[in-house]
Design a protein around this ligand. Structure first.
Ligand code: TGC
Ligand code: FAD
Length: 402
């Protein structure tokens, strides 16, 4: 990849609404990414390897559990800082952000919110530094958008439970030290269990052949009569709402991250259009190029303010799941469209690995699917504004219609 010249677009002076601490967190992450990640990311993407040597640095910039309180080893930052960190990581590569947002929102968050004090003290400080890495097992081979139908289950066996089943498409699985796994008890109620690498009957085969998110490791989680101590069950919450509340936190980070990818594509297209000449003038002089760039910066600016507002609401404890769902859907959608337009502005150069646009586009095809597909998020908004769930397997309750 060419030298990382990224300058972030701020058309409506959003920086003025950020605190000094938030800007410091963002700028530190940006400088670290430019120095440590930009020079090597293309090679890892092409070889489909995850740059594991970056884990310590990710911990040092606060990317693992940014909002986890200091007493558990986290930096105790606010939600907007978390968002800005994810924005900077995905500005470079969605896989890098995936690793950090899974660790933060899908592993540390449930342990912090629903774990016992012993579980918090045992896992959180090591997860914050990257000494321990975690993954999150919700999706199964036959149950993706409908996780409530999962079949992974456990049975009571005295001081431990016996876990059986399989999870698929799990980010970080191949190298994770622990997995937060969602499984049904004998009554069919969903619980979170912390499964540790080394437990007999637990394996994490890597999945290969991805054309997307190639610099992130994805795997399966297989449970063959795994003995999990009861002390590893998260006691604080059960039911499908428990994993879905973790998704709220992760989707919030993804919304910021996708915006980062969009800004990177725009920034490269703008710079290229001013340098590349055809018909004797920079291609930026053509009205059709300007239309593309003008539409990109408009969508980016709208998304910046949507995302910041949900960040403010989340910091106040007022952001709803549906609001977070909307920004995840919107920001990934605009990022995909901006990637496509930016690629066209670069002509043939746009398909090469000298620029990150094509890599962003391929990565975003995963991002638009995981953490709830675009269409599932449309239906979440639909449910919120009508009061009727389109996911119902039975006749809708029309008395709840808004
Ligand atoms: P439904 O009946 O609507 O809800 C069941 C219970 O959950 C509550 N709930 C939520 N609670 C907290 N946060 C949310 N976002 C919630 N959404 C729903 C709900 O109130 C209810 O509670 P209760 O007390 O009444 O029981 O559930 P449903 O079975 O109809 O499904 C709804 C649906 C489709 C929206 C949901 O299941 C869904 O979001 N599906 C998408 C699945 C998904 O996003 N999977 C993500 C897997 S993890 C991942 O992709 C990581 S990628 C990581 C990376 O690399 O970055
Ligand atoms: P399906 O649910 O089979 O959906 C297929 C199509 O049907 C989609 O277009 C969908 O929108 C549509 N559809 C489904 N139901 C409806 C409906 N009711 N109405 C309208 N359309 C519908 N999961 C984890 O648990 N942990 C992870 O760490 C993780 N990491 C991932 C990493 C990558 C790279 C990828 C690609 C996925 C990851 N996932 C992870 C899984 C991800 O969350 C699922 O892929 C996603 O939830 C969709 O499930 P599915 O792929 O089974 O698609």
């Amino acid at each position: 990849m060419a030298t990382d010249l990224y300058v972030h677009p701020d058309y409506l002076l959003m920086d003025e609404l950020l605190t000094e601490e938030q800007k410091l967190v963002r700028d530190t992450a940006r400088a670290w990414v430019k120095k440590e990640v930009s020079p090597i990311i293309e090679e890892h993407y092409e070889k489909a390897t995850f740059p594991q040597h970056l884990l310590k640095g990710l911990g040092e910039i606060g990317a693992f559990g940014p909002y986890i309180p200091e007493q558990y080893g986290g930096p105790g930052l606010d939600q907007i800082s978390y968002g800005l960190l994810m924005q900077e990581l995905e500005r470079c590569d969605s896989g890098l952000r995936s690793t950090a947002s899974v660790q933060s929102s899908l592993v540390m968050y449930p342990i912090w919110k629903y774990g016992s004090e012993e579980q918090r003290m045992k896992y959180l400080p090591k997860l914050a530094t990257g000494e321990f890495m975690g993954c999150f097992g919700l999706t199964e081979p036959d149950h993706g958008s409908d996780p409530g139908s999962m079949i992974t289950n456990f049975k009571d066996a005295g001081d431990h439970v016996i876990l059986n089943g399989a999870k698929m498409w799990i980010s970080n699985a191949p190298f994770a030290d622990i997995a937060v796994v969602w499984a049904k008890d004998e009554t069919g109620r969903i619980h979170g269990l912390v499964v540790e690498r080394g437990m007999e009957g637990f394996s994490t085969p890597e999945m290969h052949g991805k054309h997307s998110l190639r610099a992130s490791a994805t795997g399966e989680l297989l449970f063959d009569n795994v003995k999990v101590p009861k002390a590893n069950i998260l006691p604080g919450r059960s039911g499908l709402g428990a994993p879905l509340s973790c998704l709220d936190s992760a989707r919030f980070g993804i919304a910021w991250g996708a915006l980062g990818a969009a800004m990177d594509c725009y920034d490269q297209a703008l710079r290229y259009s001013k340098e590349r000449k055809q018909f004797g003038v920079p291609i930026a002089a053509f009205q059709l190029t300007q239309k593309k760039l003008a539409e990109m910066i408009t969508e980016i600016t709208k998304a910046q303010f949507l995302t910041l507002r949900v960040g403010q609401l989340r910091d106040q404890g007022r952001a709803t799941s549906s609001q977070i769902s909307m920004i995840k859907r919107n920001n990934v959608d605009i990022a995909l469209n901006i990637g496509r337009e930016a690629r066209q502005i670069l002509g043939a150069m746009g398909i090469t690995n000298e620029y990150s646009i094509m890599r962003h586009m391929a990565n975003l095809e995963s991002v638009v699917t995981y953490e709830g597909t675009h269409d599932i998020h449309l239906l979440i908004t639909g449910m919120d504004i009508t009061g009727i769930s389109a996911f119902s397997r039975t006749e809708p309750d029309l008395s709840k219609m808004k």
